[in-house]
Every structure is written in structure tokens, then in C-alpha cells.
Design a protein around this ligand. Sequence first.
Ligand code: 6FA
Ligand code: ABL
Length: 524
Amino acid sequence: KSYDYIIVGGGLTGIIVADRISETGKSVLMLERGGPSTGETGGTDVAPWANGTHLTKFDIPGVFESLFNDPNPWYWCNDITFFAGCLLGGGAEVNGALYFYPRDLYTDKVATRLPSTDHPSTDGKRYLEQSHDVVAQLLNTQGYSSITINDEPESKDHVYGYSPFDTLGGMRAGPAATYFQTAKERSNFDLELYAYVTNIVRNGSSITGVQTNDTSLGPDGVVSLNQGGRVILSAGSFGSPRILFQSGIGPSDMIRLVEGNPGAAAHLPPPSQYINLSVGYNVSDNPSINLVFTHPSIDSYNNWATVWTDPRPANAAQYLANRSGVLAAPSPKLSFWREYTSSDGRQRTMQGTVHPGGNGSVETSFPYNSSKVFTVTLYLSTGITSRGRVGINGSLTALPIEYPWFTDPVDKETLITALEDFVASVKQVPGLTLITPDNTTTILDYGKFNNYAPTAMNSNHWVGSNRISTSSSTGVVDANCKVFGTENLFIVDASIMPSLPTGNPQGALMSMAEQAVTKILALK
Ligand code: 6FA
Ligand code: ABL
């Protein structure tokens, strides 16, 4: 069987692309390397306390933090050195579900398909809000005001609000619960799970199909395009670059690594057909740093340690009864923003996220009560100038070759200023104590990361490794998301986004995917 469109990757953006294209009647195949995720998609990783239901790890928002201490974390991609979800739904199944409408893109379509909520419990009440209230008090002393965040996407200076999520009916939703549900009803839409794409098959600039590991899908595992067909890569910021390298597209040092791998080398086109593009360069991720506080009012919720195996019985019963209560929401409780004008004259945005618990990140010589801690993550977002590079090693593992955080010292200086501003009025909130860093470490020392591992600045928001641009010397795809130097290869995923949005990126990425499909379908 051959197709008009082959979508590689059934993650956050790939599902949207597949749904919107299948809507037109074109034949669409979506190839996803992982298996099912939520109960609705056939996932079976049901919580031990939800026996007899279809409520999996990916359905129950309140088990989010347990994804990071699961003894068998099969859902993380095993050949990427940072967190990425390799299952149907991709990152949207394993993320914190924070969902911000972008301030500068067209989002009506996305918001109609998947509206955000800042009160995910089905009874409309909010739970476990102590850390929200304490930080709101602190921010009030600094001139911030409270807003409903997604009602005013433009407001990103001195504002805070209840964190909004992409849950529906007290369950994790994302594209798998929305766009995928309409796509899968169409007879012109096919999905293959556990289908790993290594490379695209091409004749010079003309793409003829994709190479998979599944020989039931076609001769030697190759799935072919129909005449005039197109391949769209949606394999993510690490996954899409790796497919390009294995297709002879990218910088020569990366293609050389593929040539050195006998299995992969066999699929490379002849060197005369290599396309030299800056694949992997220009990647960015928010630098972030955690502060841990204690306050007598806080319930740290056992640092989320038992939500998967043994949650508080009343909370489990309430969630099972009607998807309400503490477990209907992931950990974040409050989000806030402040704009800075840095010493280079550029505007940079600081974002903060607050969640109860310390997740083992507490380092202090202070005596403190671990049942009363909460974490504030400060990120630097829009306006950052630091960029890194992602690529592969000789075993084809995808990884950062140059870390993207603080390659420009002005980014670092701005985040340190933001940290100092944030803690400046701690004493004005009765009972509030900063415990990491504690009073033996100044914010300046902490913010210089003398004791802070560079990779701890990771935010899992990698964008830009195949950035969209006006020319092949500065980017990988053109304004229609088409890979330079090809006739029918496109990329729509986080890798094309040239710089970070003001908040956690999934809302902006979904909006981007809607726009991208519109452009691709308009192309003759
Ligand atoms: N973003 C938010 O907006 N809010 C959050 O709260 C948030 N939290 C997290 C988080 O807690 C974690 C741990 C992570 C990892 C990310 C978070 N993000 C958050 C970021 C957000 O999820 C990502 O930015 C977003 O998912 C990126 O969307 P993409 O579509 O670009 O990429 P995905 O990883 O979602 O999908 C790629 C898909 O391709 C996967 O399903 C993968 O299995 C598949 N794939 C990859 N290579 C393939 C191959 N060779 N063949 C076939 N399939 C492949
Ligand atoms: C995001 O956007 C980030 O990518 C995640 O790192 C973040 O979750 C979520 N949203 C929620 O804010 C954090 C967890 O809260 C930590 O417990 C965990 O150690 C960390 O991700 C791992 O990167």
C-alpha cells in the first residue's frame, strides 16, 4: 500500500498534522515508534489502585511526578539522552500538562478542539493550593497582579495565576484524546504503532518513501509515497534531526557518523546527493533553576512519592468516583511571569512554576520539615540568545553536542537578577523560609551554578534544531516547512520553532502545527 502523506511520529504535533490532512480525504499513514498510551488508545499501564479501570499512568494527571521515579520507565525514548516520550501522543503523554495559549499566533482552532482549564477537577474546585497562596502573597509584595492566564495571553509582565492544563474531564487529554479520535475514524487514515523510521528514501531531491524496521509494511520495510505524495517528519527535536542525518541531510560530521555505522550506512544515498544543512544547530531550551522553600501552611503531598503505588485513600476514592480531587491535576499550582530588559538592551521574559514537594532536590544544612516544602522553578524564556547543538553519536543515540544553556552570559546574568528579585521580599511573608539555597549560599553563588550541575538547568523544551528560515544558510525548512533542497519533504514539530515562546511550549506548538498544515495543504 502507498500513501499521499506519510507522517513520521505520532506525538504532540504529528497527531494534529495527521488529523488535519486526513480531513481533506488524502490517504495518510502515521508511523509511531512507540505503542499505545492512555486507556482510550489501548494502553494497559493501569494504576495499581485503579484495578479494573482503564486509568493508566497517562490518564491520571495526579500521578505525573511518579513518571520520574518509576522503576520501569518504558515510555521514555531509550536512545535520546534527555527526557522524550516514545509512545502514542509523544511528549503530551508524559509532560506536566501545562498549557498556555500563545500570545502571538492564531490559536482559535486549537482552543476549540482542546480548551484549557485552570480547575481540572470535575467538581470545579481547586485542591492542594497552599503553595499557590504562599507564592501569590510573595508576588503581591513585588507588584504582581493575579489574572486568568489564558484569558489574556498578551499579559506576561508582573502577572501570576492558577496554572492552566490540557486536561478534559479530570483526565490527561492532549492531541491523543482529541485530534487522534477524529483521525482514527477515517478510512483514509492508517496508523502503525511500533514502526521505527530510520531514514527517508529519496532520489536526489525527490522523496519516494520511508524506511522502517517493519518488513510487514513493504519490501525491506519501505513504505512508498504515491505520485505527488509528501513525507512530513514530526519525530521531535532530537528524533527528526536523526532521521535527516540517516537520510544524508545535515552537516558532514553527522553524516560521517552514519557512514561509520554499517547498518545505517547501507541506507544512505550516494555522497553526490548529500544535502548540507544546519540540522541540529540553533537548538534552544529554557535555562531553569529550582528554589525550595518551606512554610507552615504547606502540604508537600509526601513529595508525590506514593501517588502511583499507594495514594492517600480518600483522594484515590474521590478520583475513582468521579475524576475529582487532588489527583485530577498534575503538580503545578501557579505560574508567573516578569519581563526584564537585559544589559544588552534585549527584552527577556522570566517565567516561574510552583509545585508542592521537593522531589529530592533539597540540598540544605537547615533543619526543615519535609512535609512542608514546595519548589519554585524559575525559567528564562522569550528573548534568550543562547543556542546549542544536537546530534548523534556513533551508536546513533541522539544527544546534545553543545548544551544550549547560558552560552550567552547575558542570559545567565538576567536569570540571576530574576532569582535575586524573586527572593528579595521573602521576609515579608510570615513563616516563609528559603531552604535551597540556604543561608550559607548567596543567590549569586547559587545562580552562578557553582554547585548546580549544568544539565539540571534542562527544561525539556528543546526547539529549533531544524529551524524555519528564509534561506538554507540559516535554517533547515522554508516558510512552508519544506526542507531546503527537497521537493516533498516537510518537518512540523518542535524542531522547526526558531525560538522559545513565553510559556511551556505545547500550546504554541499545537497552534504552529495547525498553521503549518494550512500552509502545506495550500502548496500545489
Ligand atoms: N510542554 C508544555 O507545554 N507543558 C508541560 O508541562 C511540559 N512538560 C514536559 C515534561 O514534563 C517533560 C518530562 C517533557 C519531556 C516535555 C515537557 N513539555 C511540556 C514539552 C512538550 O511536551 C514538547 O515540547 C512536545 O511534546 C514536543 O512535541 P513534538 O511533536 O515536537 O515531539 P513529541 O516528542 O511530542 O513527539 C515525537 C513523536 O515521534 C513521539 O511520539 C516519538 O515516539 C515519535 N518518534 C520519534 N522518532 C521516531 C522514529 N524514528 N520513527 C517513528 N516515530 C518516531
Ligand atoms: C515542564 O514544562 C517541564 O518540561 C517539566 O520539566 C516539568 O516537570 C513540568 N513542565 C511541570 O512544571 C518537572 C517535574 O516537576 C520535576 O519533578 C522533574 O524533576 C522535572 O520535570 C524533570 O525535568
